[in-house]
Write a protein that binds this ligand. Sequence first.
Ligand SMILES: *[C@@H]1O[C@H](CO)[C@@H](O)[C@H](O)[C@H]1NC(C)=O
Ligand SMILES: *[C@@H]1O[C@H](CO)[C@@H](O)[C@H](O)[C@H]1NC(C)=O
Ligand SMILES: *[C@@H]1O[C@H](CO)[C@@H](O)[C@H](O)[C@H]1NC(C)=O
Ligand SMILES: *[C@@H]1O[C@H](CO)[C@@H](O)[C@H](O)[C@H]1NC(C)=O
Length: 190
Amino acid sequence: AFTPFFILFMMAVQCWRRYEECVNTSIFSHSTINLFHFMTGVFVYSTFPLSILTQAIAPENNSGSIAMQISCQHILGFLLFCIASFTQRSTHKTLAELRLDNKTGKVKDLNHHVPKGWMFKHVSCPHYLCEIFIYCSFCLVDSFGSEILNYIFLFVIVNQIVAAHMNHTWYKKTFKYYPKDRKAIIPFIF
Ligand SMILES: *[C@@H]1O[C@H](CO)[C@@H](O)[C@H](O)[C@H]1NC(C)=O
Ligand SMILES: *[C@@H]1O[C@H](CO)[C@@H](O)[C@H](O)[C@H]1NC(C)=O
Ligand SMILES: *[C@@H]1O[C@H](CO)[C@@H](O)[C@H](O)[C@H]1NC(C)=O
Ligand SMILES: *[C@@H]1O[C@H](CO)[C@@H](O)[C@H](O)[C@H]1NC(C)=O
């Protein structure tokens, strides 16, 4: 069953990449996470692979090679996954650099600053938008045919939009000169 395998592979790449970023790139303030939010994360990430497996259908013939199972939707999905991942990575880098002294490269403070750069030109939370596209790429690989995956996608859309809205409101409240034409998560729209 190539499709579920491929989705699990992409999820593994995503988890590894986020882990590497947390360890090596991001500079976190001392704020803490809500316990419910944390438990939700643990639940979602640990049940994701099982959810994919429950809907995995073995190919009728095991004789077909993997190359024969690869189709257009896998390539398009993977392309979207790569673009969204690279963009999210560079967003996280930009956010971390706000807390670095640009001469010495050392951490200068743990405050929040207004992010700049092409990703932030139109929205406050491009990394959340990328997260939505990453989950969209999982669905695309499955041609939106997996019910569970579609629900997970819906869940990600809702929680990323809510988080972006909260972050955006906070930015606007905190920084008097916050760019007026910047939206929360969907360029020009929301
Ligand atoms: C962080 O970066 C160092 C040096 O580049 C590397 O050796 C290490 O494996 C990285 N950590 C993770 C978790 O990937
Ligand atoms: C499965 O493979 C056999 C021979 O390898 C072939 O005759 C049969 O048509 C295949 N069935 C399907 C559903 O592709
Ligand atoms: C480094 O900081 C200076 C002044 O704080 C700023 O003018 C310059 O654009 C910064 N350079 C980079 C690469 O961000
Ligand atoms: C911004 O979003 C993150 C992720 O959901 C959340 O942890 C954080 O509390 C939010 N910040 C504000 C000010 O709402």
